[in-house]
Design a protein around this ligand. Structure first.
Ligand SMILES: Nc1ncnc2c1ncn2[C@@H]1O[C@H](COP(=O)(O)OP(=O)(O)OP(=O)(O)O)[C@@H](O)[C@H]1O
Ligand SMILES: [Mg+2]
Length: 297
């Protein structure tokens, strides 16, 4: 809607986990390097845990791009509220197993053959499970058993489990101790720090065609970071709404008053938030100033 007005060639703050917009923060680089290393060195289980909206699914999309580029076969499950039967059926579908996909025994036999064939050809196979914190115990147990398949060169199936921090906590329960022991690599994502948030916004806007953005002042970016608490999805939502608000009044810059309106409409809670007085756009008069670093990576 506002793209032409600001000079964007595409929407800079799209909510989809699109690798072409990837901002390579250190933690995202590290997470992706861990996922790729885990697969390449046939480590078996790799876990990626992180708060809501910090980029887990985006990392998995980047991993899928890598796997496609290397012609490594993979199955990816994005709906983790599955029964054991649905789990095997979906995996068989993704890996194109030619068998009765509704029979767990047939899927297991067929999968075993596929894994051995791939291993004999020097290739590996990957299972990616997003939202793994939602998995039922019985499905996780099946996944653990699949992780046991190995030959002398390493695990036959590399399993990536991504989920919210409760995944980490779930693993602490006694019934998951066997699985927990098998996790060979762990990586985590958290909200950005101030410098990263600023660089993140600049990077997305540059990717969308605005190399030198002047819509958000450094002070406003500091306040956006504070209110979004560095969470990329919230930064996207705030910036998108701010651009829309500025566009509506034909302003090429976003202001603090617009930000107050946007975050109050979003019912966003953040540290140092002024008490709500019932009026939209009310800033409370005592908004915290966030220090802005003089250099940005
Ligand atoms: N490093 C990054 N570079 C570019 N965009 C990012 C990055 N990290 C997160 N995002 C963006 O933030 C939003 C949320 O990311 P994503 O969906 O990957 O988070 P998530 O951790 O999977 O969230 P959830 O816990 O809800 O599943 C997306 O719009 C995504 O494009
Ligand atoms: Mg996700």
């Amino acid at each position: 809607m506002y793209n032409a007005f600001f000079g964007f060639t595409q929407n800079p703050f799209n909510m989809s986990p699109d690798p072409s917009f990837l901002y390579r923060s250190r933690q995202h680089e590290e997470a992706l390097a861990n996922l790729i290393y885990g697969v390449q060195s046939r480590k078996g289980f790799v876990m990626l845990a992180g708060e809501v909206g910090t980029g887990k699914t985006t990392m998995l999309e980047c991993l899928r791009d890598f796997l496609n580029s290397q012609q490594i076969a993979f199955a990816s499950l994005f709906n983790s509220r599955l029964t054991v039967e649905q789990f095997f059926e979906m995996m068989a579908y993704d890996l194109d197993l030619r068998c009765d996909r509704r029979s767990k025994t047939e899927v297991l036999l067929s999968l075993n053959n596929l894994l051995l064939d791939h291993a004999a050809a020097g290739r590996t196979t990957v299972l990616i499970v997003d939202e793994a914190h939602n998995l039922e115990w019985d499905v996780l147990e099946e996944i653990r058993l699949l992780g046991n398949l190995e030959n002398r060169r390493g695990k036959l199936l590399q399993i990536i489990l991504a989920g919210q921090p409760e995944l980490d906590r779930k693993m602490d329960a006694p019934e998951f101790s066997q699985l927990k022991q098998r996790i060979a690599l762990r990586c985590g994502l958290r909200g950005f720090n101030l410098q990263e948030s600023i660089a993140y916004v600049h990077s997305r806007m540059a990717r969308a065609g605005l190399k030198e953005q002047a819509v958000f002042s450094p002070e406003l970016l500091g306040e956006i970071h504070l209110r979004a608490q560095g969470i990329p999805r919230l930064i996207n939502a705030i910036c998108d709404n701010l651009l829309l608000t500025a566009f509506a009044v034909e302003s090429r810059t976003a202001t603090r008053a617009m930000l107050d309106e946007v975050t109050s409409d979003m019912r966003l809670e953040y540290p140092g938030q002024p008490a709500f007085n019932g009026e939209p756009g009310y800033s409370g008069g005592g908004m915290r100033q966030t220090p802005i670093p003089s250099t940005i990576d």
